[in-house]
Design a protein around this ligand. Structure first.
Ligand code: NI
Length: 260
């Protein structure tokens, strides 16, 4: 029932999703079942504070192919969630990353020092636990890059929106670059040039669902099956096939998150 034309595109590994969002409440179980039947082999659902991290872990407990990331999102630093709470959730066997964490100067930029402090403390936590991080960077490219260069964590810059030059620096650090549905939008200006230069072994695909559904579903409720269209566009840009991009990115995700 969720877009018949998505059937038989596999394997799809969605490295960044928010399936705890209430928009999925009435369809979640059926959607998970149907996606898994149709080639979605892995999903990382991310937390933004303690409550959503717990919800991500619960979905991961209930669905073999779903994994969780736990963390404090830069827009949620006033949620009351502490680093100690995240540390304790991160020991769960299905927690594969600390995220989503990072900097967001688009919504609020008068609390930069606090955002930076929470970001840095979570990077240190990830390093201590030997987990990768899922990085959110919105309108904060300079500070984000500086912090990544300082700590050299493992992980991915999700829904990449920076310049080619910044992508080159991230690649040098050995970090992955997550490409989402935005690459299919007509107004994605710099992203196609970035997609051209990502080495095979550092490319990941993602949805950030429920947001950012790719064309032809732009504006609709997004789900991981739609990654087929994101992969199609990436393949077009890189001069290869959709299948090759799906195979490659699923393998990369399993390498990053240490999933067999
Ligand atoms: Ni996200």
């Amino acid at each position: 029932m969720y877009s018949d034309d998505l059937i038989n595109s596999y394997p799809i590994f969605d490295t960044h999703a928010h399936y705890d969002d209430e928009r999925f409440d009435s369809i979640r179980d059926e959607l998970f079942h149907e996606m898994h039947q149709n080639g979605v082999c892995g999903i990382v659902s991310c937390g933004c504070d303690e409550a959503s991290s717990k919800r991500a872990l619960k979905m991961a407990e209930q669905n073999d192919f779903v994994y969780a990331a736990v963390g404090i999102h830069p827009s949620n630093i006033d949620s009351g969630t502490t680093i100690e709470q995240i540390r304790s959730l991160a020991t769960h066997p299905k927690c594969v990353a600390i995220g989503e964490i990072g900097l967001d100067y688009y919504w609020v930029d008068d609390n930069k020092p606090q955002q930076i402090e929470i970001f840095e403390r979570q990077i240190l936590l990830a390093k201590e636990l030997d987990l990768p991080i899922l990085v959110h960077d919105r309108d904060a490219h300079g500070d984000t890059l500086e912090i990544l260069k300082k700590y050299k964590p493992k992980g991915v810059v999700h829904c990449y929106s920076g310049s080619v030059e910044m992508a080159e620096e991230i690649i040098k650090l050995g970090m992955y670059i997550g490409v989402g549905g935005v690459v299919t939008f007509n107004n994605a200006k710099k992203l196609p040039d970035v997609v051209k230069i990502i080495p095979d072994e550092l490319l990941l695909v993602e949805t950030d669902c429920p947001y950012l559904a790719p064309v032809p579903y732009r504006g609709k409720l997004c789900h991981s099956g739609m990654i087929k269209y994101t992969a199609q566009k990436i393949a077009e840009i890189r001069g290869t096939t959709t299948q090759q991009i799906l195979n490659l990115t699923a393998k990369n995700a399993k390498n990053l998150f240490l999933i067999k």
